[in-house]
Structures are given as C-alpha cells and as structure tokens.
Design a protein around this ligand. Structure first.
Ligand SMILES: Cc1cc2nc3c(=O)[nH]c(=O)nc-3n(C[C@H](O)[C@H](O)[C@H](O)COP(=O)(O)OP(=O)(O)OC[C@H]3O[C@@H](n4cnc5c(N)ncnc54)[C@H](O)[C@@H]3O)c2cc1C
Length: 499
C-alpha cells in the first residue's frame, strides 16, 4: 500500500480532525466523521494494514450491530464464522437466544477485520497518512498543531488519540492512566509443529494454557500463562521452547513461529477521555487482558459514540460541551469492561479456592437469567447511558425492529446507514412532525411496527408512539410528538433550532 491513501495533499490541507492511529478504533472514527461530512485524516505508523501477531479473535453482537447500522455488517459476517457458545470464568454457555439479530460471536481475526475496515474507509475517501507517527502536539490559537515524526505539522480543530495502549497522545496531553499493574502474563504464538500437541486447555498451578486451531488448514496458536516479570525482553523461540517444556514436558516438534508475543493482565483507564481539544478512544483510553474478547469492540463503540458528536461540534451545530457527554457515557462502559476482565482473571487462578469459585459460577451460569446477564454485559447489549428517567428504551440501544415505511419493508438499522439521527414516529395516526427546524440534521420517518419490542435484560416493553434515535443508535427521547420535551431533546443533542 502506498504511503498515503485518499486525496489530501498532506502539506497543503489542514483537516478538521486528526486521528492518531489507524487501528479498528481510528478507522471506525474516521468513517463516522466522513459519513457526517467532516474532513478527518488518519496518521498511521504502519506502512500498510498488516498486523504483526494475534489480536482480537472476533466480533461480538453489539459491534456487529453498529456495523449493521452503517450497512457494512454483511462484509464482516461473510468473512467470519458464527459461533453459538461463549465463556466467562472458564464456564461455557450458549448465546444464541439474546434479543438481537446477531446473537452469536463472529470468529474473525483482527488482521482480516482490519483489511475489511481499511477497504471501507478507503471507499469513503478517508485520507490515511502512513509510515509516520504523531510525535506530539501543541495548542495554538484555538487549534491543535499536530507534530508528525517526518517533521510535518498538521493544524486541526481536534486531535483524537486512537493510538493504542501506549498512546503518545494520552501521554502528551498529561492524562493519567491509573489502574492495576500486571500480576501475570501470557506468552502467545502462532506455530508450526511436527508433533501432535494436545488441543484444548491445560491447567497447572501456574495458570491456564491452551493450544488450538480454528480449522484443519489453519495454523496452530498457543497460549502459555507465566509469572509476570517486569521489564522482560520481547519473547523469542528459546522462551517459547522453554515454556512448552515447562508446561507440557515436550516441544511437540516445534519448527517455527510466525510470530510470538506477550500480554499481561494490567488494567488501566484514562482518567478523562477528553482534555480540551484532545480526545482518547479505544486502547488509548483503556487497556485490559483479552478475557471476554471485549477490547476491539469497546474501541469501535467508543468511536461510534464520539464520531457524530465531534462532527456536530466541528461544524458548529452543537457547543463543544457535547463532547463532555462522550466521557460521561463511555468512561463507565470502559470501567465495567476493566472490572469484568479483572473478575475473569481472578476466577482463572488455579488453586482450590478458585476452583470452588469456578464451580459456583458454573452453576450460576446454568441459570438463564444469570447467563443472559453475563452475556449481555460481555456483548455490550445492555449499555445504558444515563439520560434520565423514562421509557425503558431511553439511553439504551434502539432494537433493530422490522418496519414498514411507505408500504416498503425495512429495519431500524437501515434508517441509520447515513449516520444521521432519526425521529421515528411509530403511530401512523399521529400528526406529522414535518417542517421542523431540525430537518437538516434529523430524518423524520413515520413507520408501521409491531406494538412491543424486547430490551436486553428487561424483557418485552410497549413501543412508545415516537422515538428519537441518535446516530449511534441510542435512544435520546421517547414520547408523543406533541411532548414539549421533544424540542429540548432535539436541541440538547442536535443543536439549537435557529442555528
Ligand atoms: C494478544 C492480544 C489478544 C487480544 N485478543 C482480543 C480479543 O480476543 N478480542 C478483542 O476484542 N480484543 C482483543 N485484543 C485487544 C484488541 O486487539 C485491541 O483492543 C484493539 O486492537 C484496539 O484497537 P485500537 O484501534 O484502539 O488500538 P490498536 O489496535 O492498538 O491500534 C492503534 C494504531 O495506532 C498506531 N499507532 C500507535 N502509535 C502511533 C502514533 N504515535 N502515531 C501514529 N500511529 C500510531 C498503531 O500502528 C495502530 O495501528 C487483544 C489484544 C492483544 C494484544
């Protein structure tokens, strides 16, 4: 891939937003901004989208839903393998009955997912400046001057650090990254072996180890848990061989490794996701071990929460205080992910007390309510932003209802493809809300639907007569079109009527 994709002449044009890092979070954010008509540039260290080593193994339901909201879910679904079982604390349970069209985990390596995302953002016309890094920034006359490693400077209104766990942007902004330090680590590798290693989990007093492959033609991947050693060097073949002998008493004819890497159970979260014109998203804002497979999805969903808000602020539609709601809404979501990964690591400790805990957890997860509660949490289907009291849908994700609009069958998520807000009137007899001053920002649609919908962990609820859906798919208001709170909600989320 070329050094630069997209049409921007880096030296001459200053974008509204610079995104440091073109991983899953940065690409999702760039797509959201582009769909909203905002000029954003990704600065990416890697020369192309290839990934060195294993990262996320797939996508969970809410991440597939947000891609569905943009009309690109099919691409990833076609490339992955759906699975109907998931695990927490070493207990496995079925996940096929959650109230979503995507009630499965999609096995798809991050390396393949990133290629699909890169193709999508390129189609949208996003510019990616490759082979260079964001080295730092200075703030100057209400702008951010972003300093690149090649000596160039980009002047932007906002800089978003999507530059991973070691984020230069977070450090340069002086944003604290408190949390728990590492206590254990895992050696992870993709290997070729002449022998016949035991597939599946092996538990020893030092932890849990695994060897597996996704299919007969797929490479073998292995994970070996080890004590955490501060400052340990990058792992190599010698350490891998020693690790195999230590756990399995054999190297199984280890011939070569495609890559070898290490991760730990450190959990940290940025103290704030926003400092003035600097924002953080994805791993730059939160790190945790991969238990529960939530890292990539949390970053993608951060980006979907932030994108439309940042676009509106850049365009002057909304005051920049709207960006504070990004921290207010997403920080608690990230904190909960850290919490459940800490619990997962703790439950995995290999001694008799934790074995007792695992057995009790396994018993609990055989109950439908407990299983759905844990699955909805891991899959982010239960995320509830605090938008006040009201209908159960308020602050939650809008379910992807079947609708009929002007006699044509459609779905809620199809109405969100252009990343604009939707005022959805579900009462065909209601007075229309046409000609409202927010028409340039909010699509007003009258649709026929059933009378009820299922909300994760709450159950079946009556549909309200109308619902205001933000571009991220969360419900900002419900009620009757004559409700005097509707103009307030429109103003709060989409700017003043007379802007
Ligand atoms: C071993 C391992 C296993 C994992 N397993 C899972 C899993 O099963 N499920 C899951 O959901 N998640 C998993 N994760 C986590 C997942 O990989 C991350 O959460 C995800 O990659 C975060 O995406 P991101 O875009 O926020 O950050 P990253 O993917 O880290 O992307 C950051 C990007 O920024 C670039 N960059 C960095 N610094 C700069 C700079 N200064 N200037 C310009 N560019 C820069 C990098 O090259 C990179 O492209 C795993 C991670 C690891 C390490």
């Amino acid at each position: 891939m070329a050094n630069e994709t997209g049409s921007m002449d880096a030296a001459n044009t200053d974008p509204a937003v610079v995104i440091a890092g073109g991983g899953p979070t940065g690409m999702m954010l760039a797509a959201e901004l582009k769909l909203a008509g905002v000029d954003a540039v990704i600065v990416e260290r890697r020369a192309n989208q290839d990934l060195d080593g294993s990262r996320a193994g797939g996508l969970h339901p809410r991440s597939i839903e947000v891609l569905d909201q943009r009309g690109v879910a099919e691409r990833v679904i076609n490339a992955g393998q759906p699975g109907a079982v998931f695990g927490f604390g070493q207990s496995m349970f079925p996940v096929g009955d959650l109230p979503t069209r995507h009630s499965y985990v999609l096995a798809l390596w991050q390396s393949e997912f990133e290629q699909l995302m890169a193709a999508w953002v390129a189609e949208l016309g996003v510019t990616t400046l490759r082979n260079r890094e964001v080295a730092g920034f200075t703030e100057h006359e209400g702008n951010v001057e972003v300093h690149l490693s090649d000596g160039a400077t980009l002047r932007a209104q906002y800089l978003v650090g999507c530059d991973g766990g070691r984020s230069v942007v977070r450090k340069a902004a002086g944003i604290d990254f408190p949390g728990l330090p590492a206590t254990t680590s895992w050696l992870i590798a993709e290997v070729e072996m002449d022998g016949d290693p035991p597939m599946g989990f092996t538990h020893t007093s030092e932890g849990s180890h695994a060897i597996g492959r996704r299919g007969p033609d797929e490479p073998i991947r292995l994970v070996i848990q080890q004590p955490y050693v501060p400052g340990a060097p990058e792992p190599g073949m010698d350490e891998l061989r020693a690790g195999l002998r230590h756990v399995y008493d054999s190297e199984f004819g280890l011939r070569r490794a495609g890559w070898i890497s290490r991760f730990t159970d450190a959990t940290r979260q940025a103290a704030t996701y926003r400092r003035g014109r600097i924002l953080l998203a994805g791993d730059a804002a939160h790190i945790h071990p991969p238990q529960g497979g939530q890292g990539m999805g949390t970053g993608i969903q951060d980006a979907v929460n932030l994108g439309w808000k940042l676009a509106q602020v850049v365009e002057g539609t909304s005051p920049d205080a709207l960006l504070d709601t990004y921290h207010d809404e997403r920080h608690p979501v990230g904190a909960r992910v850290l919490q459940n990964t800490r619990a997962s690591v703790a439950i995995g400790i290999q001694d008799e007390q934790h074995q007792a805990l695992r057995e009790i957890m396994g018993d609990l997860l055989s109950l439908d309510d407990a299983r759905r509660k844990i699955a909805s949490m891991l899959f982010a289907l239960d995320v509830h932003y605090d938008l006040g009291q009201g209908h159960p849908l308020l602050g939650r994700r809008m379910p992807d209802l079947d609708l009929e609009v002007d006699g044509r069958p459609t779905r809620v998520f199809e109405l969100l493809h252009d990343a604009r807000a939707v005022l959805l009137c579900l009462d065909a007899r209601a007075e229309r809300f046409d000609g409202n001053p927010w028409m340039d920002r909010v699509n007003t649609i009258t649709a026929a639907a059933g009378s009820r919908c299922e909300v994760p962990l709450i159950g079946m609820v009556d549909l309200p007569p109308a619902v205001l859906i933000r571009p991220d798919g969360h419900v900002a208001w419900t009620g009757d079109l004559s409700d005097p709170e509707l103009p307030d909600a429109l103003t709060r989320w989409f700017g003043a009527a007379d802007r």
